[in-house]
Design a protein around this ligand. Structure first.
Ligand code: NAD
Ligand code: DAU
Length: 345
C-alpha cells in the first residue's frame, strides 16, 4: 500500500510518518510538503534514506505538481496534514489560511477523484466547534456539535471539513475526518504554547501568557493522535467524523507554571500580555465514538508526556535553535514586541 502524507515535515505529520514507517513497514510512505516556515527537512533526517520513504517538495495547491505525483505514486490512501496551523498568524494574515487549508484540500480531493484512492483522510481540529464556557464543565464537543468557528484559522479548517463531506456526498469520495484536540510532543514548532514556554524559560526570557491564562485546552500526546489516525484510515467508517481527545483539560497558566517547576525556573518569568483577539475559552473533546467503534484510548498520561516533551527539547537544542535563529526572530518581535504587558494580580 502507498500512503501519501501531506504536511509531513511539520509537527504532527512528521510524527505520523515515523509512526507509519515503524508500524506498517511493508507500506510505502510518500511525504509531500511545501516546506513553509513550519516545515523542516531536518525533522525527517532519520528517515530520508529509508527505502520505504520518499519526500517530495510541493505545494498542495499546485494542481500540476499534485497530479504528477499521483501519476507517479498511485497512492491508495491520502492523509492531509498540510495546513497553515497557527491561530495568531491567521489573525494577522488570513489569506494564506483560506488558500492552503481550503483550496489545497480541494486540489488533493480532485486528484483523488481523478486517479482513484481507497481513502482520503482529512486531519481537522476541535476548533471547528468553537469554544465552551468555563462555568459548564459538563459540556463537551461531540461529532454532532454544530460548527461554530472563532478565528480565520478555525473557519478555514471548518470550510475544508464541509468540502470534504460534500465530496463524499456528491461524488462518493471515500473520506474520513478526525477532529483532534491540542497536541504536544517532539518537533512542535516553537511558536506554539508549550514549546515557546520551554524555550523561553530555558533562556530566562519572559513567558508571555495571554490575558489571565485561564483558557482551557484539552492536551493529547502526539503519538496518541497518530495512533488514532492510523486506526481511522484502516478501520474507520467512510463518510464519518471522529473526535480525538483524552479528557486532559488544563488551564494555560497551570501548564506554564508546571514548565517553570520542571525546569527549575522562577514563576516571576511569567508575564501576562494582551489577550488573543476572539480567544476561545475552553476546548473539551468527547472521544466516546472513536473509543466505542475503534477501541482507541490515549496511552500517554500528561505527567509522562510533558516530561518526555521537555526532555526532548533539552536533548534536541540543535533542532529548535536553528529555527529560532532565523525568520522566527522577526515573527517573535512582531507578535510579542508590541504586546503590552498587563498589570499583575
Ligand atoms: P505544522 O504547522 O507544524 O505543520 C504544517 C506542515 O504543512 C508544515 O510542514 C508545512 O510546511 C506544511 N504545509 C503548509 N502549507 C502547505 C502547502 N500549501 N502545501 C504543502 N505543505 C504545506 O502543523 P501541525 O501542528 O503539525 O498540524 C498538522 C495538521 O493537524 C493541521 O491540519 C492542523 O490543522 C491539524 N491539527 C493540529 C493540532 C495541533 O495541536 N497542532 C490539533 C488538531 C489538528
Ligand atoms: O485545538 C487544536 C488546535 O490547537 C489546533 O487546531 C491548532 O493548529 C493548534 O495551533 C492549537 O491551537 P491553540 O490556539 O489552542 O494553540 P496555541 O499553542 O497557539 O495556544 C494554546 C493556548 O495558549 C491558547 O489559549 C493561547 C495561549 N497562548 C499561546 C501562545 C503561543 C499564550 O497564552 N501565550 C502564547 O505565547
Amino acid at each position: 500500500m502507498t500512503i501519501l502524507v501531506t504536511g509531513g515535515a511539520g509537527f504532527i505529520g512528521s510524527n505520523f510518518v515515523f509512526h507509519m514507517l515503524e508500524h506498517h513497514p511493508s507500506d510505502k510512505i510518500v511525504c509531500v510538503d511545501k516546506l513553509t516556515y513550519a516545515g523542516n527537512l531536518s525533522t525527517l533526517r532519520s528517515v530520508m534514506e529509508n527505502p520505504a520513504f520518499r519526500f517530495v517538495r510541493a505545494d498542495i495547491c499546485d494542481r500540476t505538481a499534485i497530479c504528477r505525483l499521483f501519476e507517479e505514486e498511485k497512492p491508495d490512501i491520502v492523509v492531509n496534514f498540510a495546513a497553515e496551523s497557527h491561530v495568531d498568524r491567521s489573525i494577522e494574515d488570513p489569506g494564506i489560511f483560506l488558500t492552503t487549508n481550503i483550496l489545497g484540500t480541494q486540489v488533493l480531493m480532485d486528484a483523488c477523484r481523478k486517479y482513484g484512492i481507497t481513502r482520503y483522510h482529512q486531519v481537522s481540529t476541535d476548533e471547528v466547534y468553537g469554544d465552551l464556557p468555563l462555568d459548564r464543565p459538563d459540556l463537551f464537543f461531540t461529532e454532532e456539535t454544530p460548527i461554530h468557528t472563532s478565528s480565520p484559522y478555525s473557519s478555514s479548517k471548518a470550510g475544508a471539513d464541509l468540502l470534504v463531506l460534500a465530496y463524499h456526498r456528491t461524488y462518493g469520495l471515500p473520506v474520513t475526518i478526525s477532529r483532534c484536540s491540542n497536541n504536544y510532543g517532539p518537533y512542535h514548532f516553537p511558536e506554539k504554547l508549550i514549546p515557546l514556554m520551554i524555550i523561553n524559560a530555558l533562556a530566562d526570557k519572559p513567558l508571555p501568557v495571554y490575558g489571565e491564562g485561564l483558557n482551557v485546552r484539552d492536551w493529547l500526546y502526539v503519538e496518541d493522535h497518530c495512533r488514532a489516525i492510523d486506526l481511522i484510515i484502516h478501520e474507520g467508517r467512510v463518510g464519518e467524523v471522529y473526535n480525538v481527545g483524552g479528557h486532559n483539560e488544563m488551564r494555560n497558566i497551570d501548564i506554564v507554571k508546571l514548565i517553570c517547576e520542571k525546569l527549575g525556573k522562577p514563576e516571576s518569568l511569567i508575564t501576562h500580555v494582551a489577550d488573543r483577539k476572539g480567544h476561545d475559552m475552553r476546548y473539551a473533546i468527547d472521544p466516546t465514538k472513536i473509543h466505542n467503534e475503534l477501541g482507541w484510548l490515549p496511552e500517554t498520561k500528561f505527567a509522562d508526556g510533558i516530561q518526555k516533551t521537555i526532555d526532548w527539547y533539552l536533548a534536541n537544542r540543535d533542532w529548535w535553535e536553528e529555527i529560532i535563529s532565523g525568520e522566527y526572530q522577526s515573527y517573535y518581535e512582531k507578535m510579542y514586541g508590541e504586546r503590552d504587558p498587563l498589570p499583575v494580580g
